[in-house]
Ligand binder design. Structure first.
Ligand code: MRU
Length: 352
């Protein structure tokens, strides 16, 4: 079996000016790396979840912006900058919920603006450095999230996670899975339960795959089995990632997360949300202000099946995320520290 290091979600080849992206729609059956040269291919990869997970989407978008700049380098300076503004809007339209997409593109635009009056080549060099910085900082952030999260856990604990917030969703280590990776390095021997995560099966295809590859004791369960494993007394803590955390601590994450949080409350199990501060959106007041992506009904009715598993023409509702009320969250773990209720105060403190 390949080591976990083989599964880098997104990197950039500066020799060929291509994004190297692991096509996550093919996992766990095939490990295929794509080489992307056009922003349109990056937009498509984000839209159909070849690359997914909030931090990885941000990194891919930053490199997508870099590709746009490289492609337009020979234009007159005014046109170059105008087209890049359009490229930013275009890339930002790929998915609506994960704030890291907009955060990374804002950073790239800011860096571009800081090169006003310089040559296009200078601007491209600055954008190259910025996109690399976004990626490198993510590695350091995930490591710190892992170490902070580990302080909440003890060796041998049973942990439940939903969706995939591991290395495949970020750069290295991931967010919600970072304490598990860091604990694995230190002999914590956690017992991890991974929700399969309907409808796109990120838990089955990605979390189980990546933890298994890393040698972690992982058990895959269907989403509707979480209450049973909690009731059995097998779960000591829940760890989930996030796509956008509002200023009051309400947290958007993969659909089904809120149900897990409600169950955790019922069974008296701590429920931790882990993510970098780039996923905290202080400009979004509450979870009600977060746009929830709706995806095609076919993901529920036909996508994974040889034959349709629902009657032709039946209506299907497919929100990709839900919002967990801050009252259900025990703590929010970031690279800058652990925030606890009241979140409007503790999250604001992380930014001062
Ligand atoms: O639709 P996806 O696969 O992009 O959803 C991913 C999640 O919900 C993750 O939990 C979240 O982005 C955190 S990833 C570190």
């Amino acid at each position: 079996m390949e080591t976990i290091d083989a599964y880098q979600a997104v990197t950039f080849d500066h020799n060929t000016d291509e994004i190297v992206l692991l096509d996550q729609t093919l996992l766990p059956n095939e490990t295929r790396f794509l080489r992307l040269r056009e922003p349109e291919a990056v937009w498509e990869a984000i839209r159909v979840l070849r690359v997914r997970g909030a931090p990885a989407i941000g990194i891919a978008a930053a490199y997508g912006f870099l590709l746009a700049a490289i492609g337009k380098q020979s234009l007159p300076p005014d046109e170059f900058r105008r087209d890049l503004s359009a490229a930013k809007t275009y890339l930002a339209s790929a998915r609506p919920t994960a704030v890291n997409l907009f955060w990374a593109l804002d950073r790239m635009e800011k860096r571009l603006n800081a090169t006003a009056g310089q040559t296009n080549a200078d601007a491209v060099a600055a954008l190259r450095a910025e996109a690399d910085a976004i990626r490198d900082e993510d590695i350091a952030m995930c490591q710190a999230i892992g170490d902070n999260g580990l302080t909440l856990l003890a060796p041998g604990m049973g942990l439940l996670t939903h969706c995939n917030a591991g290395q495949l969703a970020a750069s290295r280590y991931g967010t919600a899975l970072a304490p598990i990776s860091r604990g694995q390095e230190q002999g914590y021997n956690f017992r991890v339960f991974a929700d399969e995560t309907r409808p796109l099966l990120q838990g089955a295809r990605l979390t189980a795959f990546e933890l298994h590859a890393a040698g972690v004791d992982v058990t895959l369960i269907c989403d509707n089995m979480a209450a049973t494993v909690m009731g059995n007394g097998w779960i000591n803590a829940v760890l989930v990632g996030c796509d956008r955390v509002a200023a009051n601590g309400d947290a958007a994450n993969k659909i089904g997360t809120r149900g897990v949080a409600i169950l955790a409350k019922h069974y008296g199990i701590p429920f931790y949300v882990l993510g970098p501060t780039s996923t905290i959106d202080m400009a979004t007041a509450t979870g009600q202000d977060i746009v929830i992506e709706e995806r095609p009904p076919a993901e529920i009715t036909t996508l994974w099946y040889e034959k349709p598993m629902a009657p032709a023409g039946v209506r299907a509702y497919n929100p990709a995320f839900d919002v967990t009320d801050n009252a259900l969250i025990t703590a929010i773990v970031t690279e800058k520290g652990i925030a606890r209720p009241p979140y409007d105060e503790s999250l604001a403190k992380l930014f001062t």
